[in-house]
Write a protein that binds this ligand. Structure first.
Ligand code: ADP
Length: 434
């Protein structure tokens, strides 16, 4: 075949066939999702992440996020059919404006009428909201009361709920709480050793977070192990920008590293994790700062960012070390501290279990950072854990592969891709159908 005829065929393919296939695929999508979809929302103080899930296939039909809400340059990014579109927000540029814009975009694609319900990720359910709830005024009031315990997140989550009430008043809404899955913890794990009144009167206890992720990963791990979830014992490390670890006994949470708030436990992107509380008044005096300012430093200027002085992003630190860039020593220490602290907490979680069927890594770092997993497991060799380098380095690979990364005759280590959106959509669907 001559070059000219190859060019001609190529051009016929790109100009005629490809657009036809794209159109057909989009029609196909619309056809499928015209059945029913669940809109999953995760509202932050200045952001709103969203994902529209097909109720049958559970595939994300459309996803994206509105960012810089409340600022003049607020914008929304929408991913649909492999394309990404970014647009400025008009009007008040707040959560309601973001939902209204999202509805316009869904309407243009014939998707708006497919929404059966909206599921919200809500951070703190406190002692009363112990499972997913269909949202009514009493649930809203309780989420509001829990704002004391989740001051950064709960008011933002409520903004998302109010925005949907305003733009789609007839659509049922469900709240799925990050704390709910940990409500099975026994008192010996959730109580702090503080005066009893702090607990009975002020609800000071360990609540735990990332519950939706643990719920999904427990189910998936049981599937991969070929066991029933209610007979599965796991230590799961959810390591993203926020990070925690949980002990799962017979499919239920029995201990976790985060506490009253997400500040406790592991070294995180910008959070310090556990430290001697006496450091707080000590540094207040040294720096002349208020308790709020010190707490802000512990939540936003500590962790990987604080130690390295470079970034809260694990990848950036790995790159700094690998390429001998400026600040290499501090970046190296940040990585060592985060892997060592995690190993220490994994070991601590083991005492809550009769046996460990698998140690599981999940979330951004847990799923993608093979070097981090290797370093964590090196600190756990005393328990017989050993990574198979070939399996570990191949995970997650191009196809988001999941599975075993441990050596054949050692205790099992798994990598699993978490899917909080799917869990929220399923909980929402179930409650709405009831
Ligand atoms: P969160 O949901 O808590 O904001 P994620 O679960 O998205 O966080 O995880 C973010 C973290 O995952 C970042 O520190 C990022 O550097 C890290 N990460 C993502 N991909 C990779 C990768 N390929 N290698 C190493 N770290 C990664």
């Amino acid at each position: 075949m001559s070059r000219a005829s190859i060019r001609k065929e190529k051009s016929f393919f790109t100009k005629t066939i490809l657009p036809f296939l794209a159109e057909a695929q989009s029609l196909c999508y619309n056809q499928v999702v015209m059945n029913k979809t669940i809109l999953v929302l995760n509202a932050g103080s200045s952001s709103l992440k969203f994902s529209l899930l097909d109720e049958k296939t559970h595939a994300a039909v459309i996803s994206g996020a509105a960012e810089r809400l409340g600022a003049d340059d607020a914008f929304i990014t929408i991913k649909f059919n492999g394309e990404k579109k970014q647009m400025p927000l008009a009007g008040n540029k707040d959560h309601t404006a973001a939902i209204a814009k999202l509805m316009d975009e869904l309407d243009q694609r014939g998707l708006k009428s497919s929404i059966e319900a909206v599921g919200h990720r809500v951070l703190h359910g406190g002692a009363k909201l112990t499972k997913s709830m269909l949202i009514d005024q009493s649930v809203i009031d309780e989420i509001e009361r829990c704002s004391d315990l989740g001051p950064l997140h709960n008011p933002a989550n409520l903004k998302g709920i109010y925005a949907v009430q305003e733009v789609m008043p007839h659509i049922p809404q469900v709240a799925v709480f990050d704390t709910a899955f940990h409500q099975t913890m026994p008192a010996k794990a959730y109580r702090y050793a503080v005066p009893e009144e702090w607990y009975s009167k002020y609800h000071v206890r360990r609540y735990g977070f990332h519950g939706t992720s643990y719920q999904y990963v427990t189910r998936r791990a049981a599937e991969l192990l070929g066991q029933a979830p209610e007979k599965t014992n796991l230590v799961i490390a959810h390591i993203g920008n926020g990070a925690s670890v949980a002990a799962i006994k017979n499919g239920q949470s029995v201990d976790t590293s985060m506490g009253l708030t997400p500040l406790e436990g592991l070294v995180m992107g910008t959070r310090a994790g556990s430290l001697d509380p006496a450091i707080i008044p000590f540094m207040m005096k040294k720096l002349g700062k208020t308790v709020e300012e010190i707490l802000h430093d512990l939540n936003h200027k500590s962790g990987l960012l604080g130690i390295s002085g470079i970034s809260n992003d694990h990848r950036t630190l790995e790159d700094t070390v690998a390429n001998n860039k400026e600040g290499k020593e501090r970046a190296q220490l940040a990585l060592e501290m985060s892997s060592y602290r995690l190993a220490k907490y994994v070991a601590a979680m083991m005492v809550a279990l009769p046996r460990v069927d698998a140690l599981v890594f999940t979330a951004g770092i847990g799923e993608h950072a093979a070097g981090f997993r290797r370093d964590v497991v090196k600190n756990l060799e005393v328990f017989g854990y050993k990574v198979d380098d070939k399996l570990n380095n191949a995970m997650p690979g191009k196809n988001n592969k999941e599975g075993l990364i441990s050596q054949a005759d050692c205790p099992k280590i798994l990598v699993i891709s978490t899917n909080e959106e799917l869990m929220i959509a399923e909980e929402t669907e179930e409650l709405v159908k009831k």
